[in-house]
Design a protein around this ligand. Structure first.
Ligand SMILES: NC(=O)NC(NC(N)=O)C(=O)[O-]
Length: 338
């Protein structure tokens, strides 16, 4: 596998253990050399050869002290949202003389947090780890998980733990209310786009962008036309309002935006390829609207045309630029699992 490439099990998933999505370290048996929170950072781990702190060598990850007796270390992570788990990346980047020799992972479904009575299910049996490398493990477990417990044998450092999974949409209590169906935490997902030169991964993330790198930004368009991005909603829904946030995009916010939508229930085949060709003809639900720099734009009832229930939306930006967040508020419709 080439550097940066992800295994097949990660396709269509998000990292449920990403701090930027809301995952948190809840407990660790020891954090002497490196706090658990560092293991959940989004950015790839780095190494600073001359950097030491009062505990020893500064390492970019969770690192426990050397054990001098029996036992092993473990840590509990609250996932960003409850989901189905497809696999893991246990990354020991830069841990060369202090990586654990093996790890194991368990999961539980405890929306209010695990306690002594919590039942943990083994998701990864003890598996060997090596120095400074990503270790991908697929996970065939059924069920929904809110937390994982990482065991390391006997001690040592893990630069990053990534838990690849698919968020489970919580429909309870939502039958009669509008909510953001594009949210990555509900299962909204970008499936195709015309240009993502400076990234697009955070377009559907929770919260506001912290800087210009926290959103979708295209390169400068040097020919006629415009850029677009297609989002699969968390479920089939009727759209009521749309929020387009240009936070931090000041010299490069798009001049205008528009939104189209379609119901692709029952469509089979390679959806990213299909929508690339077909989405330009989808029904327009928001006609072209002027945008402003660094601002939340809310387009509601009188602008958003009430379409039938849809499963996908296409945000067009004219002609190019950056959008920090897209939110698509709607109500659940019958059937049509996307
Ligand atoms: N050079 C080290 O990293 N040593 C120790 N770890 C840290 N972070 O200082 C250790 O004992 O594993």
């Amino acid at each position: 596998m080439s550097a940066g490439a992800l295994p097949a099990f990660a396709r269509g998933t998000i990292n449920l253990a990403a701090a930027s999505l809301g995952a948190r370290g809840l407990f660790a048996t020891d954090e002497f050399f490196g706090p658990l929170s560092r293991m959940l950072a989004d950015e790839p781990a780095v190494f600073h050869p001359g950097r030491y702190d009062e505990h020893g060598k500064w390492m970019d990850g969770w690192e426990t002290r050397r054990r001098r007796g029996p036992g092993h270390d473990h840590a509990v992570v609250a996932l960003a949202t409850i989901g189905h788990i497809r696999g893991f990346d246990v990354d020991t980047a830069f841990f060369t003389g202090n990586y654990p020799t093996a790890c194991a992972i368990e999961g539980c479904h405890a929306p209010d947090g695990p306690d002594d009575a919590t039942v943990w299910t083994e998701l990864l049996s003890p598996s060997p780890l090596g120095p400074s490398a990503q270790h991908f493990f697929d996970c065939a477990a059924d069920g929904l998980y809110s937390h994982v417990r990482l065991r390391i044998f006997p001690d040592g450092g893990v630069a990053r733990l990534r838990v690849y999974g698919v968020p489970a949409l919580d429909r309870k209590g939502r039958e009669n209310e509008a909510f953001d169906l594009a949210s990555a935490l509900s299962g909204g997902q970008v499936i195709a786009l015309s240009n993502g030169h400076y990234g697009h991964q955070r377009l559907l993330a929770p919260g506001r962008g912290i800087n210009m790198g926290d959103g979708w930004e295209t390169s400068r368009r040097r020919e006629p036309g415009h850029e677009w991005i297609v989002v699969r909603l968390a479920a089939r829904a009727t759209v009521e309002s749309i929020v387009v946030d240009t936070a931090h995009f000041k010299g490069n916010y798009p001049d205008a935006c528009s939104v189209q939508a379609a119901d692709l229930t029952g469509t089979t085949g390679d959806l990213p390829t299909l929508v690339t060709a077909a989405s330009m003809f989808w029904q327009e639900i928001l006609p072209e609207q002027k945008l402003a720099a660094d601002r939340i734009h809310t387009f509601d009832g009188h602008l958003v045309k009430r379409a039938d229930a849809v499963t996908h939306v296409r945000l067009n930006i004219h002609p190019d630029g950056g959008i920090s967040r897209l939110r698509v508020f709607g109500r659940l419709a019958e059937g049509g699992k996307t």
